[in-house]
Write a protein that binds this ligand. Structure first.
Ligand code: HXC
Length: 257
């Protein structure tokens, strides 16, 4: 279909979503949140796809929640609308999502990138949580995910001062998987997504699920969880194929099942 706030395409087994509100640096309004989460859910259900890339423009991945839309909200309105809840669908996605971040990833834009499974950044990317300057705090998980990603000291500094990190600092701090030249950002993100989408899907789903558990479980529980997932993969055709192909010194032909 066509979208008001997104460009959406499929390239082989990879779904590509480009945030497309260029006049406001891809500010995340309600329409964008609804369209983005709906497309992500549809891609997640689509057996022909194995991975999704979300990107923006070279100037901005997303400059945060749409301040024009938020400015006049009252407390009861915010509470009753619960306008952040639209993002909860992210936690139900089972296939990997890559954020390809060029330019500004601020506020909700930084939080959106952090909700993705991994971030690949252009050398010109800037990450920040400037909400404090607006009299609010991050609202889509930023205070929690940033601490886990980069540690308390840097997270606290960013959330209290609104200071932006450049791509090099973000990579050193562990926020991003890789920094690439801006001109190569989409190609590199697509290459990574294609590599993931070519992997046997049962193992991909298990890998993402297990890594995510590390945020929520104790080490002992997480290790038990991983072991069950590990054993369960011996019920997949792709495990038989992957190991047979290795032993027969030929490339595997995965069925994603
Ligand atoms: C609405 C925005 C916007 C935003 C930019 N624009 N960010 N509109 N919401 N978050 C608009 C500007 O008003 C401007 O519109 C146009 O986009 C271009 O932006 P400029 O400011 O002119 O560009 P520049 O001078 O290059 O500065 C870029 C910038 C700055 C540093 C990124 O735009 C900025 O500080 N933006 C706000 C960042 C921010 O505070 N984000 C957190 C939002 S709160 P016009 O009409 O003038 O051309 C948040 C909470 C999330 O994210 C959790 C709850 C859901």
């Amino acid at each position: 279909g066509t979208y008001e706030t997104l460009l959406v395409e499929r390239r082989g087994r990879v779904g590509l979503i480009t945030l497309n509100r260029p006049k406001v640096l891809n500010a995340l309004n309600a329409a964008l949140a609804a369209e983005l989460t709906a497309v992500l859910a549809a891609f997640d259900r689509d057996a022909a796809l194995g991975c999704t890339v979300i990107t923006g423009s070279e100037k901005a991945f997303a400059a945060g929640a749409d301040i024009t839309e938020m400015a006049g909200k009252t407390y009861p309105q915010a509470r009753i609308e619960d306008f952040i809840a639209v993002w909860d669908g992210f936690a139900r996605l089972r296939k990997p999502v890559i954020a390809a971040v060029g330019g500004f990833a601020l506020g909700g834009g930084c939080e959106l990138a952090m909700m993705c499974d991994l971030i690949i950044a252009a050398d010109g990317a800037r990450f920040g949580q400037p909400e404090i300057r607006l009299g609010i705090v991050p609202g889509i998980g930023g205070t929690q995910r940033l601490v886990r990603a980069i540690g308390k000291a840097k997270a606290m500094e960013m959330v209290l001062t609104g200071r932006m990190m450049d791509a090099a600092e973000a990579e050193r701090a562990g926020l991003v998987a890789r920094v690439v030249p801006a001109a190569d950002l989409l190609a590199e993100a697509m290459r990574t997504a294609e590599a993931i989408a070519a992997m046997p899907l049962p193992a991909v789903l298990a890998a993402k699920d297990c890594v995510d558990r590390a945020y929520e479980l104790t080490l002992a529980e997480g290790i038990r969880y991983e072991r069950q997932a590990f054993y369960a993969l011996f019920a997949s055709a792709d495990q038989k194929e992957g190991m047979a192909a290795f032993l027969e010194k030929r490339p595997p032909a995965f069925r994603h099942g």
